[in-house]
Design a protein around this ligand. Structure first.
Ligand SMILES: Cc1cc2nc3c(=O)[nH]c(=O)nc-3n(C[C@H](O)[C@H](O)[C@H](O)COP(=O)(O)O)c2cc1C
Length: 332
């Protein structure tokens, strides 16, 4: 699909997206600071980092920070992880009441051992009736659209994304994201986009299917849409240190000239803004710790970046982080 064929993104249960480009939820990455930067570059929908239903219900202070967002971030989906329909529904109702996200997304794709050992995340793919029961319980507890984010299957022997998608839509899901990897692949290997096409073909056209996995640039974003017929694409790792992925993909989708990749000067400036936003949100100490992870992504691929990375991860103050980046810029 190109801009010649569509001028707006899909509608997810009545939430209209301006374009088909969605920032993937990434725990430890897609906090408010980073989401704001991606939104500025054109991301049509943001998703919070995943939150545990129980942690949210029990008022864990960290969890409340995870779901906080500003009006400028709308439309935004809050992502819940959990396994019991009752606590998931209670957490969803509390989310709607206290935070009012536009969409509530359910995590049925996380492969992390600490999640799947509780039968949450991707493990729910192994119990389709339970997955459907969770969606049914949440959908009847809230008035906002409920979506599901899932994978190809639990393993190559248990590829059941189509079955799961049909069951959760039947239970009330207004949209589904499919990451084309099985649980055991985590994030390695190549995403299988065929499964996204199969899910798209199996569901009514009124239910948007969001393709996910290995979108790296405008070319792959458009190809994922044209090869699978999916209604939108979700971009994860390629956005790390690279919010411009959204403006570049957006131009391509609109059929406009794609802007060049950001220069090193633009990257250093963006990293500085990212740090300032983090400081405003979380205070200097946490901001510096978190920026030690983000900053190397901004300069990844430039000559000498590996050496600077070692300095960045040792930085102890905002000034030191900024000076290290600006030295790198002026020496390059
Ligand atoms: C560091 C990291 C954290 C992630 N956290 C979440 C999460 O909280 N919820 C979720 O549904 N997926 C999570 N994912 C998966 C991504 O949303 C996405 O499905 C995956 O990275 C594949 O997309 P990509 O190839 O564009 O990166 C995470 C991925 C990464 C790399």
């Amino acid at each position: 699909m190109t801009g010649a064929m569509a001028t707006v993104g899909p509608s997810i249960g009545g939430v209209r997206l301006n374009n088909p480009l969605i920032l993937a939820p990434m725990a430890g990455v897609t906090d408010q600071a980073f989401r704001v930067l991606c939104k500025e570059q054109g991301a049509a929908l943001l998703v919070t980092e995943m939150i545990s239903d129980r942690a949210f219900l029990y008022e864990n202070a960290h969890t409340s920070t995870i779901v906080a967002f500003t009006p400028a971030e709308r439309p935004i989906a809050a992502q819940l992880a959990g396994v019991e329909p009752e606590t998931m529904a209670a957490a969803a109702a509390k989310l709607e009441r206290e935070v009012a996200p536009d969409i509530i997304d359910i995590n049925m794709g996380c492969p992390a051992p600490k999640i799947v050992k509780n039968h949450e995340g991707c493990s729910l793919m192994r119990d389709v009736p339970l997955a459907a029961a969770i969606v049914r319980a949440i959908a009847s507890a809230v008035s906002v659209p409920v979506t599901v984010k899932t994978r190809k299957g639990w393993s190559e022997d248990q590829v059941n994304a189509v079955e799961l998608a049909q069951a959760v839509v039947e239970a009330g899901a207004a949209g589904i994201t499919v990451h084309g990897r099985v649980r055991g692949q985590y994030y390695s290997g190549v995403a299988d986009w065929n499964i996204i096409r199969k899910v798209r073909e199996a569901l009514p056209s009124s239910v948007p299917v969001i393709g996910n996995g290995d979108v790296r640039d405008p070319e792959s974003a458009l190809r994922l849409m044209s090869e699978t017929g999916c209604d939108a694409v979700m971009i994860g790792r390629a956005a790390m240190g690279n919010p411009w992925i959204f403006s570049r993909c957006l131009a391509a989708w609109r059929g406009e000239p794609v802007p060049p990749e950001a220069t090193l000067a633009e990257r250093v400036a963006m990293a500085g803004r990212h740090l300032d936003l983090l400081i405003a949100l979380k205070g200097e100490r946490t901001a510096v710790l978190e920026m030690r992870r983000h900053a190397p992504w901004y300069i990844h691929g430039f000559r000498g970046a590996a050496h600077v990375r070692a300095l960045l991860v040792l930085a102890t103050s905002p000034a030191e982080l900024k000076a290290t980046l600006s030295d790198f810029l002026h020496r390059s």
